[in-house]
Each structure stands twice: as C-alpha cells, then as structure tokens.
Design a protein around this ligand. Structure first.
Ligand SMILES: C[S@@+](CC[C@H](N)C(=O)[O-])C[C@H]1O[C@@H](n2cnc3c(N)ncnc32)[C@H](O)[C@@H]1O
Length: 321
C-alpha cells in the first residue's frame, strides 16, 4: 500500500511514559496504539525476558513497520484491531487467557495519528502533499473521507467541522466543500484544502505560530471518518478493567477534545464528581488514583525538537480495586 519510504515517528513524552510505567519482572503490557513501535521499543528495553507485550493497531502499514522494527523480539505479539473492539476480539481473548490471565501491569494509549499516516500522501491525511481524500487509519474498512463527505448535508458536515475541529467558520466551509464535491472538484487532499481557502484565505507567507486555515477542518473530518472520539471513554474504562491492582494506564492525547474525554473518564473512575451541582447524586467508586492530577505536558525542549508533540498531554491512572 505504501509507496514512499516510511517517515520517522518520534515517540512523544517518552521519558515521562517510561517514568510512569515502571515494569515489574515478567510484566504484562498492552499497547493499544502500537504505531511504529517507538514506545514499545523503549518499554521493552526496560523489561525482562519473561515480559509479554501485546501491541495493537488498526493500521496495516504501522503494524508491518513495527513488526519489522521489533519482530525479532519474541516478547512482542502484534494484533490487528481497533482498540474499541479489542475487549471482545477472539484473538485478544485467546492471547490474554494464555499470557495475561491476571490482567496487565501497564496499558498505553498514544492516541491519534502517527507521522507515518500524516506524511504518506497516499493515505490522504495531509494538505501538505496531494493525495486521495482517504484519511482512514484502517484503509481496509469504513468510508474514505470523500465517500463520508458525499453522505453529508450542509448541516451535518458543518456540525462535524464545528464539533471536531472547533472551527467557527464551519457553515461556509461545509457549503464550499459540498459545492466542490458536486462540481467534481473534490478528489484530493489539496482539493479539500482549496475549498477551505475559498472561505479562509491562506496567507502567502505563513506567519510563525499560525496554523494553516485547513488544519481544523482536516482534523474534524479525520476524527469523524475514523470515529476517533465515539467510543474512547468506553475503551478507557474497559482498559482500566483489564489492569491488575497496582497496574497503570497511561494515555497521551493530542487535542483538547480528546483530552477532555480522557480527563473526565479518569476523574470519574477516581471517584471525582464533575457533574452539575456541588455533590454527586450517588457515591462514585474510587477505582483508580490519578498520578498527576493535571496531566503532563512535553518539556520546552521536546516541544522545540518535535513540534507535533506541542499539544500532547499524558494522563496516568493506577488501579486501586
Ligand atoms: C500516535 S500513533 C502511536 C505511535 C507509537 N506510540 C510509536 O511510538 O510509534 C497512534 C497509532 O494509533 C493507531 N490508532 C488510532 N486509533 C486507533 C484505534 N481506535 N484502534 C487501534 N489503533 C488506533 C494509529 O493507526 C496510529 O498508528
């Protein structure tokens, strides 16, 4: 599927992940977003020979690269699955029964897209290069971005762009995109970007710190096409249920919508009431404790060295009961 060489994906908040997921002997580790195996490689380097590491990803290109990178490591198993569907997946259940019947010591979810996906034009995630308007993390299932857009009305597309991209000009942008589609001018990522620029013109020389006007619309359509936020809270809750007591879940999010879901889910599992009014209508069981209540952001040095890390936030919870 990939025709261009695989770009490097620099694992984000790596030292912070290692400091928070200290593996015991014979650890059982579940990586819900294996990607190119950057976090996996570093975590495995801290682990003993009896450790078993299950890496899950829905992207066939990512799995192939991670296998090539770490394939010689007999402690690693790689599974093709979306993490929302993992808990019922027969291959996962078989692996878990054989390798981790007591649950996991560490579970990692490094959410969102990888540099591989963003920088491979054929995958259609980016407006930097022209590629087919696809954006699926798993190109073997679901609708491409173009097919998804073709199913939208002005209103539903505007709602998605507003909700998932926090784009204030969502209505005129949605109209411009559907106009381009109906006039046969919406086949590539650059066609989509051009439709956005008809509403928010692109500055000729991009000013430092100013993102491209198409960024929020691309983020929104990608989130919608991949259903990225639909079952995140349920998946995190299921992940906590698969931890051993004392085991930790570490989640890295990349934008405020994602982080809000992670934060609210972990706080609720920590027995903290965030609903309306001062007191909870019922006592919430304290299933986890939060390790850093505000989460961890990348250091200035990391943000400067790896700009995609700038918006990342790591949240860690430890299972209590
Ligand atoms: C940020 S990258 C992970 C990078 C990885 N930690 C590394 O160091 O190489 C996120 C990965 O999660 C995968 N992914 C995103 N949503 C997923 C889902 N719902 N189920 C399974 N994999 C998913 C993507 O395909 C991508 O490869």
């Amino acid at each position: 599927m990939m025709t261009t060489p695989a770009p490097i994906h620099v694992p984000v908040l790596l030292q912070e992940v290692l400091a928070n997921l200290v593996l015991p002997p014979a650890a059982r580790v579940l990586d819900l977003t294996l990607g190119l195996g950057g976090h996996a490689e570093a975590l495995l380097a801290t682990a003993d020979a009896e450790t078993r590491y299950l890496g899950v990803d829905r992207d066939p290109d990512a799995r192939a690269i991670a296998r090539e990178r770490l394939g010689a490591d007999a402690r690693l198993s790689v599974l093709a699955c979306a993490y929302e569907d993992l808990w019922e997946d027969p291959h996962f259940l078989g692996w878990q029964a054989a390798q981790a019947p007591q649950g996991f010591d560490a579970i990692l979810a490094d959410l969102g897209v990888s540099t591989l996906q963003l920088r491979t034009p054929e995958r259609g995630f980016s407006f930097r290069d022209s590629g087919p308007l696809d954006m699926r993390m798993d190109p073997e299932h679901g609708l491409s971005a173009r097919a998804w857009i073709a199913e939208q009305t002005d209103e539903s597309l505007a709602d998605a762009i507003y909700q998932y991209g926090e784009e204030r000009a969502s209505r005129p942008i949605a109209r411009a995109i559907l106009r381009a589609l109906h006039e046969g001018r919406l086949d590539t990522t650059q066609d989509l970007a051009r439709a956005v620029y008809t509403v928010i013109p692109r500055e000729p020389a991009k000013r430092k710190g100013h993102s491209d006007p198409a960024t929020r619309t691309f983020q929104a359509i990608r989130i919608a096409v991949n259903g990225e936020l639909d079952r995140l809270a349920a998946a995190l809750e299921a992940a906590v249920g698969h931890l051993r007591i004392g085991g930790r879940l570490a989640v890295i999010s990349f934008h405020s919508l994602e982080d809000r879901i992670v934060k609210q889910t972990l706080r609720r599992l920590a027995g903290i009431y965030d609903g309306p009014g001062r007191t909870a209508p019922m006592v919430l069981p304290k299933v986890v404790k939060l390790i850093h209540s505000g989460g961890i952001a990348p250091s200035e040095a990391e943000a400067a060295a790896n700009p995609p890390s700038r918006s990342a936030r790591l949240r860690v919870a430890e299972r209590l009961l």
